[in-house]
Write a protein that binds this ligand. Structure first.
Ligand code: HEC
Ligand code: HEC
Ligand code: HEC
Length: 108
């Protein structure tokens, strides 16, 4: 194998992983990410699935995606937590997501 071949391989590996990192993780365990305490089962947020239906800027302050969310998530306990009240539920209602407020849709 020539040097060029290996160089080309490295470049394609780097660009592929950069492209993936650009869209962020496929899923996010929000209980772990936000260190939420409580008895409800962890919410595994289907991030890439949302990207197929919703623009980055609907959720991220930066229109290109990544970085902070459009709302500040401060309260993390009980059913009146900020994920429910300010972020996940309002959009599910607005976009008429089937069973968008049913506990088991998110807490599997
Ligand atoms: C659209 C998604 C979604 C739905 C629907 C949803 N939740 Fe949540 N809930 C979350 C997220 C995100 C968190 C914070 C991350 C985590 O705890 O995994 C959370 C956290 C919680 C918490 C605080 C953490 C804990 O373990 O005590 C409670 C209590 C809770 N939810 C109860 C409910 C109940 C009851 C329902 C049904 C009425 C429900 N949730 C429906 C997304 C949802
Ligand atoms: C429906 C809401 C939603 C949409 C749409 C969305 N994201 Fe995200 N994104 C999140 C959440 C929630 C997280 C994880 C929690 C957090 O970062 O605070 C996240 C995390 C990320 C991360 C990781 C950030 C980090 O600090 O680890 C990147 C990168 C990212 N998103 C990029 C994008 C891009 C690019 C788009 C558009 C193609 C997009 N997101 C669309 C909600 C969304
Ligand atoms: C800006 C709008 C928006 C926000 C914010 C949002 N969602 Fe969604 N969500 C959607 C839409 C639209 C769908 C329907 C996707 C489809 O039909 O494939 C959906 C579907 C889902 C589903 C079902 C996916 C499936 O497999 O059928 C889950 C679980 C979910 N959302 C969790 C969450 C959680 C947890 C949050 C908050 C951390 C959240 N969503 C925030 C728009 C949103």
């Amino acid at each position: 194998m020539g040097k060029f071949f290996w160089a080309a391989c490295l470049v394609s590996v780097f660009t592929a992983s950069w492209a993936l990192a650009g869209n962020g993780p496929e899923t996010v365990d929000l209980k772990a990410a936000y260190k939420v305490e409580g008895k409800k089962s962890a919410v595994i947020f289907p991030h890439h699935k949302h990207q197929e239906k919703v623009e980055c800027a609907k959720c991220h302050k930066d229109v290109k995606g990544g970085g902070p969310l459009v709302v500040d998530i401060v309260k993390l306990t009980s059913s009146s937590n900020d994920f429910h009240k300010k972020f996940c539920w309002p959009c599910h209602v607005e976009m008429k997501v089937p069973k968008g407020k049913s506990c088991k849709t998110c807490h599997r």
